[in-house]
Design a protein around this ligand. Structure first.
Ligand code: ASP
Length: 344
């Protein structure tokens, strides 16, 4: 049977054209976008579309819109074999991470893609990204199960696990990388599915969507010279439920008594503080240096090798799901819920 794919258009460069007067890129209509890719008709796939109004530059993405995308997938879940979400590249890794947590026991592909050059422009990467995304979202095994029942990002000939991915280049067609997890699929002359790297859901159970997110979270980066009043200001922000603290190397921070005191006070008050490295590759190891051990003693939890995008959206999901239960959120931040973290 032909696969049925729903393409959900949210916006992004892929669907933009240049405004003749201002010279800036702005979104255009979805039908026009699809008419630029007649090759889609050659695929043995039934394609339906859903457009969000108005299409947005993904810098304007919000948790409310993640809920809308999640609802669109949940409402259409039984009618389609897979979903392709067209999205701007700037916040695609955040959306992919958020959706991975919101869509529990996902048994069908949700493939996000977009492009660096608009689809109407010569040398666009949009056509290839879109066609490959649809092919991957359509692929099923002999039993009819999706080959990639995950939220992924399809870009530059690769499918990456969504919650492992970071935008690495504002310039190259190869805009994304998953530094701490190998590619799920490589598309060259053939499309190679690395099935041992792909999650296996319980195909007999339903997908469970979770719509509630709590965005009372903050991300901040340490740097030499960071001031006590700034840190205290961040930590005393009312209603903050969780902080992603970007540390040095394998999870180290200055050992100043005021910093450790502020962290300890904040953690004791019920705020979840997660240690994520400023390095793109590798993991936090809070036991490796004295500068990390002190953080653990202050109540900071390790984010191991999670991306910032995964950590912040996982916190929104967990705070929304388990309000008033910081200990539970801390524990779950150190567990793999959707393949977002390597625990050795
Ligand atoms: N600013 C655009 C966006 O994220 C960039 C892109 O799509 O590549 O919507």
């Amino acid at each position: 049977m032909r696969s049925r794919i729903l393409i959900i258009y949210t916006g992004g460069t892929i669907g933009m054209h240049r405004n003749a007067r201002s010279g800036a890129l702005e979104p255009f209509d979805f039908e026009l976008l699809l008419s630029r890719v007649p090759e889609l008709q050659q695929l043995d796939t039934h394609i339906a579309t859903h457009q969000f109004h108005p299409p947005i530059d993904s810098s304007n993405m919000t948790p409310a819109m993640w809920t809308d995308i999640c609802r669109c997938i949940a409402d259409n879940y039984d009618a389609y074999d897979g979903f392709v979400v067209l999205h701007g590249t700037d916040t695609m890794a955040y959306t992919a991470s958020a959706l991975s947590f919101m869509l529990g026991n996902l048994t069908k592909p949700v493939v996000l893609t977009g492009s660096q050059l608009p689809i109407g422009q010569l040398r666009t990467d949009g056509k290839e990204n879109l066609i490959t995304a649809v092919e991957i979202a359509s692929a099923r095994d002999a039993a009819g199960h999706a080959l990639v029942p995950e939220v992924g990002i399809c870009f530059g000939g690769h499918l990456l696990r969504g919650n492992r991915t970071t935008k690495q280049s504002a310039e190259e067609f190869n805009a994304f990388e998953s530094f701490n997890y190998p590619h799920l699929v490589d598309a060259g002359i053939n499309i190679t599915y690395h099935r041992h790297r792909i999650l296996t859901p319980d195909f007999a159970q339903p997908m469970t969507p979770h719509f509630r997110l709590d965005n009372n979270v903050i991300i901040f980066s340490l740097f030499p010279g960071i001031r006590e009043d700034v840190i205290r200001h961040i930590m005393l922000t009312p209603h903050v439920g969780a902080i992603v603290m970007r540390t040095f190397g394998c999870g180290n921070a200055p050992q100043s008594p005021w910093l450790l005191g502020a962290l300890e006070e904040c953690a004791r008050g019920g705020t979840v503080i997660v240690n994520i490295s400023q390095c793109m590759q590798g993991a936090v190891e809070m036991g490796r240096y004295d500068a990390g051990v002190h953080l653990r003693e202050a109540g900071v939890v390790s984010g191991y090798d999670q991306t910032v995008e995964a950590a912040v959206t996982k916190l929104m999901y967990l705070l929304g799901r388990y309000p008033g239960e910081p200990e539970r959120v801390r524990r779950l931040m150190c567990e793999s819920l959707r393949g977002e973290v390597t625990l050795s």
